[in-house]
Design a protein around this ligand. Structure first.
Ligand code: HEM
Ligand code: HEM
Length: 175
C-alpha cells in the first residue's frame, strides 16, 4: 500500500512519520549533549553538543506544538493503541515533550537575559529577574528532562517487545 500523507487506522502517514523520526533524531542530539554535560564536562565534544542545547531545544518546542496540533487533528484517523498503557504512555510523552522545553523557556524569560536562535532575537532581555520563573526551571527542567529520557527508553523497548506478537507489531505502522 502506498504511503499516504494522512494517518489511517492501519498505519501512520508521511506527516506523522516525518515528525516522529525527525524529532527522534533531534532528541538523540539533545540528550547526547545533556549526557556529555554530566559525564564529560569540559571536553571538545561536550562543547560541540551542549553548545546547541538552547537552539535545538527551541526548534523542538516549535515542532512539538505542531505535532500536538497534528495529533489532535488526526486523532480519529490514527491506528488504535495496543492497550491503555500504550495510550497513557504516549500521552505522558506528549506532556513531557511540552513541559521540558516550556519550563526552560519560562526560566529563560524570567532570567531577564536575551535569547537568540539562528540570529533571530526571540527574547530581548534586559528585563527584571522573575524569581519564580527561574526557580521553577532550576527545580524541574533537568529533572523532567531525565524523566523524559527514561520514558523514551521504555517506549523504544516496548516497540520491540510488541514485535513478538504479530497482532501487536506496531513498529510496522511507523517504519
Ligand atoms: C525538549 C527539549 C529539551 C530537552 C530534552 C532538554 C533536556 C535537558 C536536560 C536533561 C538537562 C539536564 C542536564 C544536567 O543534568 O546537567 C538540561 C539542562 C538545561 N537546559 Fe535543557 N532541554 C531542552 C530544552 C531546553 C531549552 C529550550 C532551553 C533554553 C532555552 C534549555 C536550557 C537548559 C539549561 C540552561 C540547562 C542547565 C541548567 C539545568 O540543568 O536546568 N533546555 N536540559
Ligand atoms: C528508536 C526510537 C523509536 C522507536 C523504535 C519508536 C517506535 C514507535 C512506534 C512503533 C510507534 C507507534 C506506536 C503505536 O502505533 O501504538 C511510536 C509512536 C510514538 N512515538 Fe516513538 N519510537 C522511537 C522514538 C521516539 C521518541 C524519541 C519519541 C519522543 C519523545 C517518541 C514518541 C512517540 C509518540 C508520542 C508516539 C505516538 C504517535 C505520535 O504521536 O507520533 N518516539 N513510536
Amino acid at each position: 500500500m502506498a504511503l499516504a500523507m494522512m494517518d489511517t487506522k492501519t498505519q501512520y502517514g508521511i506527516v506523522s512519520r516525518v515528525l516522529h523520526w525527525g524529532m527522534a533524531l533531534l532528541f538523540a542530539w539533545q540528550f547526547s549533549g545533556a549526557v556529555f554535560r554530566v559525564f564529560f564536562e569540559d571536553t571538545a565534544l561536550e562543547a560541540f553538543l551542549w553548545g546547541t542545547h538552547r537552539t535545538v531545544g527551541v526548534i523542538l518546542m516549535a515542532l512539538i506544538l505542531l505535532r500536538v496540533v497534528w495529533a489532535l487533528f488526526s486523532a480519529s484517523r490514527r491506528p488504535e493503541s495496543v492497550g491503555v498503557m500504550a495510550k497513557l504512555g504516549h500521552i505522558a510523552l506528549y506532556a513531557l515533550m511540552l513541559a521540558v522545553p516550556g519550563i526552560a523557556l519560562i526560566r529563560q524569560y524570567g532570567s531577564g537575559r536575551a535569547l537568540d536562535v539562528f540570529g533571530v532575537n526571540l527574547m530581548s532581555g534586559g528585563g527584571e529577574r522573575v524569581d519564580w520563573m527561574v526557580n521553577l526551571g532550576g527545580l524541574l527542567h533537568g529533572e523532567l528532562g531525565w524523566a523524559l529520557l527514561a520514558l523514551i527508553a521504555g517506549h523504544i523497548i516496548m516497540a520491540f517487545v510488541h514485535r513478538r506478537s504479530p497482532s501487536q507489531d506496531v513498529l510496522s505502522r511507523m517504519v
